[in-house]
Design a binder for this molecule. Sequence first.
Ligand SMILES: [Zn+2]
Length: 281
Amino acid sequence: MGSKYHQESYREWMASVKNHPNIIGSHIHKNGLYSENVIVDAGANKGGVKRFIIPEPVIQSHDSLLKAAINKSTVKREDDGKYLKLPGISSDVFEFYVEWLFSGRFFILLPDRIELGKPGCEKTEAAELERWVSCFRLATVLKDVEYQDASIDALIEWIEELGSDGYSLRLSLRIAEVIYTSTTPDAPCRLLPVEAAVKKWSSEMYRQLQDHPETKQRGTALGQFYGDLIAQLAKWKDFTIKERRNKTQADFPFVIDLGATCQYHQHVKQREPCYKKRRPF
Ligand SMILES: [Zn+2]
C-alpha cells in the first residue's frame, strides 16, 4: 500500500506544520514514521510563487520527475530539508497535484459548482475543463503515470456527467487537442476522445469536424484525431448514431464503469500495476 500520509489531506498536514513551525525541516509523523520534508517553491513565472512543504516519503512513493529530482545528489537543501524550485508550474495546479500525492484522489471540482447540464453551468463547465487540462498536462510533464491515469478516469466521469447532448464539438475538440498534443501516438488515452465521439456525436458534428481547417492537415493534433476517428468509425459503420448511443456498456468500448478503464491507461504500456490497485477507494 502507499505511504501512511495518504490517510490525510495536504491541507490538514499544512495546518499541523503551521502549528509547529520547528518541524519544517524534519517531522515525526503521528504513526511514528520519521521523515524529512521537501520544500518546493512553485509558480514564480506563473502568477506568483507559493511554498509547499511535502514529507519526502510522499514524493518517494510515486514515480515521477519530482521523485527523480529530489534523488539527485545535487539537489539543494534549505532548513535541513531538500529544496526544489518549479518556476514554470502554476502553484494552483501544483496544489492539486500535491493533494493527489497525499490523498490518492484526483479532485478539481469546487464545492459551489453548478452541476453540468443545469442552467448556468457553462462557466463551471469551461473552468473545470481548463483545470483538468492543466492537471493532465502537468501529469505528462512530470511523467507521473498514475496521476495521468487518474486524470483520465476523472475525465471519463466528467464526460458522462455532461451527457450525450452536453458533449459539444467545442469540448470534444478541446479534449482531443490537449490529449493529442501531450502524448505520443501509442498512448492508450488517445482512444478516449475517439470513442467518446463515436458514441456521443451527432452527424452534424462529424460534418463540422470535416470542415475544420486543421482536420485536413495530417501533422496537427486534430488531423491525427480525425484519422483515428475515421478508423474507429469503420468498425461501427453498420450502426446508426442512435444505435451507437444506445449500445450498452457490455458491447461498446467507451465505458463508464471506472473499474474497467485500463484500456485508456498509460500503466498498461509501462507494464505497471494500475493506480487503483494500490490504494483502497
Ligand atoms: Zn488502470
